[in-house]
Write a protein of this length. Structure first.
Length: 219
């Protein structure tokens, strides 16, 4: 009887494991597809910390960790975009050891209204407004409706809909070429977009007093 009881228990355990398929608890960002895990976006997000120096970025990550990245590789390859200022939100593409930055993007610098002369006639400015929370909006755009934006693997992804077309959302992935206080350039395989930061309306027509002259002029 004892042998029979032991055999029944063992059989039950085997059947239970077979029914479960040997499943283990999933790790974060793992949907059960190993291919998705391998292709997961490696970007680390956080805030630029006080330990940042000329060749080092100290980042307080969204997970609460404090990491330091060597910037030499990113700097040599011109892959540091938007500068580094304490308190700014940053996106970092690290190497496999997560101690060297391959791409650094200052998200705080990326936010704002970006415009260019209308390519059709140059009569006015058109562009895109990149807002917090992944929101994108058009500026004087009559045929394009911007939906969202995000950074993925060091590239700028923009979702938009073209009126008069299929009226379905289209996703575009751009390489950032330049990002500064007053300029943004990004491109894909077909086009390059060169923007300037839109000046607040109150700056236009502001009177400037010259210290060495009584003359006045308007911006």
């Amino acid at each position: 009887m004892k042998k029979l009881a032991i055999f029944v228990v063992v059989s039950a355990v085997v059947m239970f494991l077979a029914a479960c398929g040997g499943k283990t608890e999933k790790v974060p960002f793992d949907n059960g597809d190993s291919a998705d895990v391998a292709n997961a976006d490696p970007t680390i997000y956080g805030v630029c910390a006080e330990g940042t120096a000329m060749n080092t970025l100290q980042l307080i990550t969204d997970m609460g960790d404090t990491l330091s990245f060597d910037l030499s590789t990113a700097q040599e390859n011109n892959q540091v975009f938007g500068g580094m200022h304490v308190g700014d939100r940053m996106a970092v593409i690290p190497d496999a050891n997560k101690d060297t930055a391959l791409i650094v993007i200052n998200q705080a610098t990326l936010l704002g209204n970006w415009v260019m002369p209308n390519p059709l006639d140059g009569s006015d400015e058109v562009g895109i407004s990149i807002k917090e929370g992944g929101i994108a909006e058009g500026i004087q755009q009559s045929t394009i409706v911007y939906r969202t934006w995000r950074l993925i693997r060091g590239k700028l992804e923009i979702v938009m809909m073209r009126e008069g077309g299929s009226e379905e959302d289209e996703t575009y992935l751009y390489d950032i070429v330049k990002l500064g206080a007053d300029s943004l350039i990004y491109k894909d395989g077909e086009e390059t977009f060169e923007y300037s930061r839109q000046r607040p309306k109150e700056e236009y027509g502001k009177e400037i007093q010259l210290e060495d002259s009584q003359n006045e002029f308007f911006l």
